[in-house]
Every structure is written in structure tokens, then in C-alpha cells.
Write a protein that binds this ligand. Structure first.
Ligand code: UD2
Ligand code: MN
Length: 527
């Protein structure tokens, strides 16, 4: 069968899987969105086993790994997860991991409310998954950070692998992770996180990007700098990453303990990924993304749960990490969030002591050596590497020039008002071939420049905002776009795709969304 025909059949199957035949289906679908923020109807219909497309780079397929790799304990924390998604995560691990490398799977139930996660899960595990699966029940809600520490404390494998409870691992996912750790115990590794659509549950490949952050202490994705690419191992080489996304990584278990696990004063969700990333680099470890290891994750548009008392745990946790790890650079955070200067964050003395005991380097060292691309503003700003000061007369090379077509509607992406209006929105309008104001330039810095003037920009601090036209700043991040598979226009730091909100509406609004390859997300730049 041809590639196209195959794809069409898969699409048809996916389409049917989402079909609603009766009221019960409708109910499941609605309830699923409410409780989990993804399509539970499809998740249930998919069942616990399915093949996923092998999204690895061709060069990965020729690689072989040592046979005597260390064994892994996979730790999966869950809170109010859809049972089908949780069990598909578990089975994907069992189905695609050599048994001799899988020491155990530890499920940590973070005091979930749903009945099926109690009795039904217990029964299923006893009946179909005896032996390697342990279920641990927290007697009160701990959050994912302490939850993972509890899971790790029960683990006995040499390597810990953490996964979210709505993942599907790809073929040969574990071996490359274990091999990197075997070579160096202080190496922490992440797979590439592929995308499972929250609406269709379709599995699609992610570009290889690496982790960064902004001064709001939000994680973001960055393109891999050219200097990090092109070693002798080519596209299969580990990629040095300043930070990790948080959910999916592997680490030697003793090293996890020695490095101080996590900050147990952090609650529920948020910030722990930057904290452990800074700690790894500053205290003598290394953090890599392994392009030959791929794991799919359901990316949701909203988090379907809150914290027990409605606290903003992301802020609480970020404050703790700022006070422990950022040194004088915490000013960068506070200048964006002056309201937090005097906010209390609990006792951090143990973590400060940990930093001293481990003899960790300064945050300045981290920025200079691990994340020199990071921009520093305000009174501390010093003359920067040339890339951040105004580019001056040197303009980045133009790769392409033309109109930006939306394939489904045959319209063009243009400025809503004047193309020179800073902060203006972009919308779809009828293409006008006489109007130079509709011409985009795509350059080697991955910027999209309209009318030779302003850059398409996705503000980093408020990711729910639509993209706008802003002065080109030349420092990547929010202004980096790539054209990817199925005509997607991918915003690198947000890790999302540009889509048309309502293809039938004449307003032509666009927004960022999780990439799903749908026709509302297909673009083409042509001259
Ligand atoms: C990302 C990470 C996530 C975590 C988070 C920051 C990925 C793919 N995901 O958010 O792992 O690092 O950033 O904190 O990198 N959970 C509990 N108890 C709770 C809340 C959540 O056990 O109180 C579980 C939840 O069921 C899930 C995991 O923790 O399995 C992560 O939560 P999420 O999926 O809501 O986080 P996500 O992917 O938005
Ligand atoms: Mn998740």
C-alpha cells in the first residue's frame, strides 16, 4: 500500500474512533473533556495496546546498544487520570521494553477521587499484570513532586524513569536512555516528547528541540544551536539541554538521592523541572535530550485539576527555586513579578544547605556556560554576546519570500491593521497580489518578517495570547518559527502550531494550538 493510502486509512479509522453513536458516547466525550481535558471516548475505544508510528530519525534505526544495560524502575504518578490512558501508558512500557531491562513499574496514586482508579485498577493489576507492577496509594494529595519522591523511595532498580500517566513509549525508547546513563552516572536524560493529540489521540512526531526558560520562570523550547549539532554521531547524538520539560526523564537512582531528589516544600505542580535542571548542571551533572528515544505525551490545553486550596503552586514553587538557586539573577524574576518580592515561600534552609553541601556552582556560571543564549535585561544588563544586541547592519540571510497561504481557506496571513503597527494582530484575508504589505520573509534566524519590518511574535509570558507583530529582537525564542511536517507552522518556544480559529468565519482570527496536523493548521509560504 502507498504511503498516502495508508495515511488515509489511518485518518479514516481515527475519524471513526471519534464518532458519536448514541447518548452514552456523547456523555463519555463531554465528561472526558471535563475531567481530563482530552477525548476520553477515543482513549477508551483505543484500548490498552496500539502501535505508534516510529518517529525516530533514520540514523537511529541502525544504532545498537550494549546488552548489559542497567535495569529501570519506571515511576508513574497519577491524579484523577483516565483509566484507559493510564493503562495504555503501562502497557506501552510492557509491550515495547525488553523484559530484562524493566525491573518494575511503580504507580503512585496521588489520592485520586475516581472509583475506577481504586477497585478496577487493583483488580486489573492483580489479574493481568502480576509481578512487575506495584501500586502505591498516597493517603493524602501530595502533588506530583512529593509523589515522585514517594515512588522513587519504593524503587529498587538501578535507574529511575519518570513518566506522566498519559504517555505511550515508542520502539526502542529505553535502551538509548539507559546507555547514556551507563556511560556516565551523572548524566540525566530525556526522550524527545512526541505529541499525542488531546482531541484525536493521533500520535505525531515532534521536532528535536531543547529546553530553555524565560525570566518568568516558565519552561520553553528552543531550537538547538548549530554549535551543538553536527558532531561525529550526527543526528543520533545526545543534545545538551539547559532545562527539561519535567515529566519524562531517566536518572541513576543513587544519583537522584545524592543530588537531593526534589524540594519537598514544592506542592502539586510546577517549577520542579527548572529546579532539578539548574541543580543538575550547577552541581556537577549533565542533562541531555536523546533524539533516538521517543515517548508520546497527551498535551492538553488546560490542566483539568487544581490544588486542594486553590493555591497557585507554580508561583510558590518558582519562588522557592528563585531564592535557592538564582543568586542575584532572582532580580530578573522579581522585575517581572514585583508583587512577589515580599511573598513568603516557606522554609528553604534545607535546600540552601544542600546547595552548599554539594558544592554547587553559581547561577552566573550556569548562564555563562550552559545557557549563554539567555537574555538579561534591566540594571544588571551588561554588554552581551553580539547575538543579542541590535543586529546592526548585518541582516540575517533571507531563505524564502512570499505570501503565507492558509491551504484550507486559500487566504493569506496578513496584518489586521497596518503592517507597520507594532503589537498588531495578524488575521486571514483574501490574498492581494498587488499589496507588498502581504509579503513575508522567512530568514535564517527562523523569523517571519512581514513587509520587511516587523516579526511574527508569540509572547512568552502569556501563552494564551495570539501571535502579534513586534519589533524583531533577533534573540530567537518567541520569534522563531519552523515549517514542519504536514505543512505545520511551528512556534518553537511555545511548542505549538499556528491555526485558524474558525475557517468559516470572515474574521480570520488565528491562534496557537497543540499541533495536530489538521487542515486548520496547514500553511504554505510561496513566492
Ligand atoms: C509538565 C510535565 C509534568 C510536570 C509539570 C510541571 C511533561 C510532559 N509534563 O506538565 O510532568 O513536570 O510540567 O510540574 O513534561 N499529578 C499527580 N498529582 C497532582 C498533579 C499531577 O500525581 O497533584 C500527575 C498527573 O496525573 C500526571 C503528572 O503528575 O501524570 C504530570 O501532571 P500533568 O500531566 O498535569 O502535567 P503537564 O504535562 O501539564
Ligand atoms: Mn502531562
Amino acid at each position: 500500500m502507498g504511503k498516502r493510502a495508508k495515511r488515509d486509512i489511518i485518518l479514516l479509522i481515527l475519524l471513526c474512533q471519534g464518532m458519536i453513536f448514541n447518548e452514552r458516547d456523547q456523555e463519555l466525550r463531554d465528561l472526558g473533556y471535563q475531567k481530563h481535558a482530552f477525548n476520553m471516548l477515543i482513549s477508551n475505544r483505543l484500548g490498552y495496546h496500539r502501535d505508534v508510528p516510529d518517529t525516530r530519525n533514520a540514523a537511529c534505526k541502525d544504532k545498537s546498544y550494549p546488552v548489559d544495560l542497567p535495569v529501570a524502575s519506571v515511576v508513574i504518578c497519577f491524579y484523577n487520570e483516565a483509566l484507559s490512558a493510564l493503562l495504555r501508558t503501562v502497557h506501552s512500557v510492557l509491550d515495547r521494553t525488553p523484559a530484562q531491562l524493566l525491573h518494575e513499574i511503580i504507580l503512585v496514586d496521588d489520592d485520586s477521587d475516581f472509583d475506577d482508579l481504586k477497585g478496577e485498577l487493583e483488580e486489573y493489576v492483580q489479574k493481568y499484570l502480576p509481578g512487575k507492577i506495584k501500586v502505591i496509594r498516597n493517603t493524602k494529595r501530595e502533588g506530583l513532586i512529593r509523589g515522585r519522591m514517594i515512588g522513587a523511595a519504593h524503587a529498587t532498580g538501578e535507574v529511575l524513569v519518570f513518566l506522566d500517566s498519559h504517555c505511550e513509549v515508542n520502539v526502542m525508547w529505553l535502551q538509548p536512555l539507559l546507555a547514556a546513563i551507563q556511560q556516565d552516572q551523572r548524566t540525566v536524560v530525556c526522550p524527545v516528547i512526541d505529541i499525542i493529540s488531546a482531541d484525536t489521540l493521533a500520535y505525531s512526531s515532534s521536532p528535536v528541540v531543547r529546553g530553555g526558560f524565560n525570566w518568568g520562570l516558565h519552561f520553553k523550547w528552543d531550537l538547538v544551536p548549530l554549535s551543538e549539532l553536527g558532531g561525529p554521531e550526527g543526528a543520533t547524538a545526545p543534545i545538551k539541554s539547559p532545562t527539561m520539560a519535567g515529566g519524562l526523564f531517566a536518572m541513576n537512582r543513587h544519583y537522584f538521592n545524592e543530588l537531593g531528589q526534589y524540594d519537598s516544600g514544592m506542592d502539586i505542580w510546577g517549577g520542579e523541572n527548572l529546579e532539578i535542571s539548574f541543580r543538575i548542571w550547577m552541581c556537577g551533572g549533565r542533562l541531555f535530550i536523546i533524539p533516538c528515544s521517543r515517548v508520546g505525551h497527551i498535551f492538553r490545553k488546560r490542566r483539568p485539576y487544581g490544588s486542594p486550596e486553590g493555591q497557585d503552586t507554580m508561583t510558590h514553587n518558582s519562588l522557592r527555586l528563585a531564592h535557592v538557586w538564582l543568586d542575584e539573577y532572582k532580580e530578573q524574576y522579581f522585575s517581572l513579578r514585583p508583587d512577589l518580592r515580599t511573598k513568603s515561600y516557606g522554609n528553604i534552609s534545607e535546600r540552601v544547605e544542600l546547595r552548599r553541601k554539594l558544592g554547587c556552582k553559581s547561577f552566573k556560571w550556569y548562564l555563562d556556560n550552559i545557557y549563554p543564549e539567555m537574555q538579561i535585561s534591566g540594571p544588571n544588563a551588561k554588554p552581551q554576546q553580539p547575538i543579542f544586541i541590535n543586529r546592526g547592519p548585518k541582516r540575517p540571510k533571507v531563505l524564502q519570500r512570499g505570501r503565507l497561504y492558509h491551504l484550507q481557506t486559500n487566504k493569506c496571513l496578513v496584518a489586521q491593521g497596518r503592517p507597520s503597527q507594532k503589537g498588531g494582530l495578524v488575521v486571514l484575508k483574501a490574498c492581494d497580489y498587488s499589496d507588498p504589505g502581504q509579503i513575508w520573509i522567512y530568514n535564517e534566524e527562523h523569523e517571519l518578517v512581514l513587509n520587511n519590518l516587523l516579526c511574527l511574535d508569540m509572547s512568552e509570558t502569556r501563552s494564551s495570547d495570539p501571535p502579534r507583530l513586534m519589533k524583531c529582537h533577533g534573540s530567537g525564542g518567541s520569534q522563531q518559527w519552523t515549517f514542519g511536517k504536514s505543512n505545520r507552522l511551528y512556534q518553537v518556544s511555545a511548542g505549538q502550531c499556528l491555526r485558524v480559529v474558525d475557517p468559516l468565519s470572515h474574521k480570520g482570527y488565528v491562534a496557537m494550538a497543540i499541533c495536530d496536523g489538521s487542515s486548520s493548521q496547514q500553511w504554505h509560504l510561496e513566492g
